[in-house]
Design a binder for this molecule. Structure first.
Ligand code: MG
Length: 240
């Protein structure tokens, strides 16, 4: 899990460095694919339930599951959410981050910063004996206090030999409720935070999830291991 997580994290780092105005989302897909394969791993998302890309790239009002495309050219001020997985020796690392193409508006930067902070807050409470509701409550309270809304239809999840395992790890919740976290569990925590309202819909491509009100959305994700001393981030790049 550590090896898979590190490969995923390093791939995400490289994709983040490639995010710039004028670059296509297909180019980001190529960067991730080449790195993951170079490491002897496989891009987990390719063909997952028929997904046609190696990674998901979701721009601005796109929340998750955006399909990389040669036709989608990034523009200055775009918020580019990249989600990817690497499968190595049978184990999966799953991670995501929102990157700036050029300079973000202050409002979008604040949304992105808040989403990252929500992930950090959630990881901090993911200790043995805590419950998945503690994670949801940590994300929800921080984001709602800043006037944002949380996507309800998609959640974090257990991750290990498969990309999606039990338990479901919602970004909304009540502290003290839900499945108890135990040392040795590996889970993906992934707040999806909307600047506007919570409602989302799926585009006719069958994949891309967008906000109904077309307001911007941000996404950060880490695969973590619940250890006796607390959560350890597995999707961390070398030296990060
Ligand atoms: Mg995930």
């Amino acid at each position: 899990m550590r090896d898979a997580g590190r490969i995923a994290a390093e791939a995400l780092l490289r994709v983040g460095e490639a995010v710039k105005p004028g670059v296509t989302t297909a180019e980001l897909d190529r960067v991730a694919k080449e790195y993951i394969i170079h490491c002897g791993a496989a891009p987990t998302f390719l063909n997952y339930n028929g997904f046609p890309g190696n990674i998901c790239v979701s721009v601005n009002e796109e929340v998750i599951h955006g399909i990389p495309s040669k036709k989608r050219v990034l523009r200055d001020g775009d918020l580019v959410s990249v989600d990817l997985g690497a499968t190595y020796k049978g184990y999966v690392g799953d991670t995501a981050a929102s990157f700036a193409a050029g300079k973000l508006s202050e409002a979008v930067q604040r949304l992105s910063d808040t989403t990252k902070a929500a992930l950090d807050a959630a990881i901090a409470v993911a200790v043995p004996g805590a419950r998945v509701g503690d994670i949801g409550a940590a994300v929800q309270s921080l984001c709602e206090a800043r006037g944002y809304s949380l996507v309800r239809e998609y959640s974090g999840h257990g991750v290990g030999k498969a990309l999606h395992e039990d338990p479901s790890v919602s970004n909304m919740g009540t502290a003290g409720r839900g499945v108890k976290l135990r040392a040795g569990m590996t889970i993906a925590i992934e707040p999806m935070v909307n600047a506007g309202r919570a409602a989302v819909r799926v585009l006719p491509d069958g994949w891309t999830v967008v906000t109904k009100d077309a307001a911007c959305s941000a996404h950060f994700e880490h695969t973590v291991a619940i250890m006796p001393e607390g959560a350890v981030i597995l999707t961390r790049a070398e030296g990060d």
